[in-house]
Design a protein around this ligand. Structure first.
Ligand code: SF4
Length: 267
């Protein structure tokens, strides 16, 4: 099997919650987010074509120092057969397997859930806000479909106890940073029993900062990044108990209620 691989990272501490992981980057995406932080790998290049064996050898070599393999992108669900192969090999080596997704290809994600220990789902905005989703994903006329598909993915994954569901929203000022947006997300997660899953440590919801200097569009690079205090305010607006914050100033997935002390130091 041939696979399109934009990059391989043999050790990361921030891509798989609480586990050191190797990361595989796949190119291409079905969304067009102006703030995309990985835009440099989205376009495919001839040199990205690799034999599956090469990827499996990479996992083999990384395996003594990792506990998990994560596929990120781009949008990894564009390559379901590749994900199944990587999952099978990771499990054979005693490693956990997970992938990132924007949630659009809900049928593919439903199928891949059976091969995965972790799914990291980007909630671009509240699924009840198709107009905001449309702006965030940069696809005119696709907001409603994206919102509906995201909702189906969310319902599927929150009712699947077999996987760890790592929900995230990248907060991009001017796009999805309104209090009402987070209230809406909180209501939906509440209605789908997210809190019970989070209490059993099989799901989490993280608000993460948008990093302007990594943005695809020049115009987005002029926007100020949200502070930890901004993220805490939005986390509070969700009215969820189990909310985490990821920010350069405070670290990876810090619990919202641990942040009060930290934010008073950094703001
Ligand atoms: S931010 Fe994610 S979903 Fe949006 S274009 Fe980039 S890789 Fe695709």
């Amino acid at each position: 099997m041939k696979a399109l691989i934009a990059g391989l990272l043999d050790l990361s501490s921030v891509d798989y919650p609480k586990r050191p992981a190797a990361v595989i980057f796949t190119p291409q995406c079905n969304y067009n987010c102006a703030f995309c932080q990985n835009w440099q790998i989205l376009e495919t290049k001839p040199e990205y074509e690799k034999d599956l064996d090469e990827v499996l050898k990479f996992i083999d070599k990384a395996s003594p120092t990792i506990e998990a393999v994560k596929v990120t992108g781009g949008e990894p669900t564009l390559y379901p057969e590749f994900l199944k192969e990587v999952s099978g090999y990771s499990h054979k080596k005693g490693l956990l397997f997970g992938f990132d997704t924007n949630g659009f290809l809900y049928k593919v994600i439903r199928e891949l859930a059976a091969y995965s220990d972790l799914i990291s789902l980007d909630l671009k905005a509240c699924p009840n806000s198709p107009k905001i989703i449309e702006k965030v994903i940069g696809l005119p006329g696709k907001g409603r479909q994206a919102a509906e598909n995201t909702m189906k993915t969310l319902e599927d994954l929150l009712s699947n106890d077999e996987i760890y569901l790592d929900l995230r929203t990248t907060i991009v000022p001017t796009l999805n940073d309104k209090i009402a947006e987070l209230q809406g997300i909180g209501e939906i997660l509440n209605s789908l029993n997210y809190e019970a899953r989070a209490a059993r440590s099989s799901a989490s919801y993280t608000l993460q900062e948008f990093v302007p200097e990594h943005a695809r569009d020049e115009s987005m690079r002029k926007i100020l990044s949200p502070s930890p205090a901004d993220l805490v305010k939005l986390a509070d607006a969700s009215r969820l108990e189990h909310v985490y914050i990821k920010h350069r100033d405070v670290g990876f997935m810090v619990r919202k209620d641990e942040l009060w002390e930290l934010t008073s130091r950094v703001t």
